[in-house]
Design a protein around this ligand. Sequence first.
Ligand code: NAP
Length: 249
Amino acid sequence: MPTALITGATSGIGAAFARRLAAEGFSLVLVSRDEHRLAGAAGQLKLRYGVSSEVLPADLATEEGLARVESRLAEGVDVLVNNAGFGNPGRFPDVPVEDEVRMLKVHCEAVLRLTLAALPGMRERERGAIINVASVAAFFPRGTYSASKAWVVNFSESAAADVGDPRIRIMALCPGFVRTEFHRRSGMDTAGIPGFLWLKADDVVRAAMRDLALGRRVSVPDPRYKAIVAIGRLVPRGLQARVSAAIGR
Ligand SMILES: NC(=O)c1ccc[n+]([C@@H]2O[C@H](COP(=O)([O-])OP(=O)(O)OC[C@H]3O[C@@H](n4cnc5c(N)ncnc54)[C@H](OP(=O)(O)O)[C@@H]3O)[C@@H](O)[C@H]2O)c1
């Protein structure tokens, strides 16, 4: 039975990946910090899909947590979804530096190290897939969050090119606003975000899996956001920054 390891698997987009991969018959390794919630998620997946899940509690902002997940990946997985992430309340330069660094650890260091830990087994078996969850924010200036997600996109594209084996797929996933716990947890005021911009996590994952199968290296789910990214590229960076700063802070 193929195995998929998903970080941030207890909520939102990560939980949607867990449901989708369970439905496809993967056995799962579920990673997040909350051990109790992980056990609940594993139980639900067993009930609904009959799959077994290992629970792997780990804080990906810590050396201990990263090392634990690296060791599990070294045993071999078929699919890795680097999904765990969060936003910090406030805007630069008011966000405490330790919170900014924690974000860089989870969004960048963890993605780098877990990708490196998963790749040797995938290269040996000559197959595998790594999905790194970035954001549409990667294409717009929006503080350390967007800068870290721009790193995820650039890293995923270059890793895919450097590995250079079409049987090992590496893809950055760039969703727009998705209804999850993300905004409440990051203290974001979402009142000004128009309803038509909200996506469902299951739809995002469906689009991601389709783009992965097509061999895309960057996936922007939904035509609305494809258009926003395309138009955004035509707008001067200064104006992009002003518009971006006004939406959902
Ligand atoms: N929702 C959106 O609008 C949106 C848009 C674009 C991109 N994204 C990206 O999508 C990804 C998933 O976000 P979401 O919207 O699904 O958010 P969410 O509902 O808040 O879920 C975040 C998940 O990450 C885990 N997590 C957070 N910090 C962690 C850490 N230090 N170590 C291990 N696990 C950690 C959480 O579990 P614990 O708290 O138990 O650790 C939870 O399972 C993130 O990378 C986010 O940046 C979200």
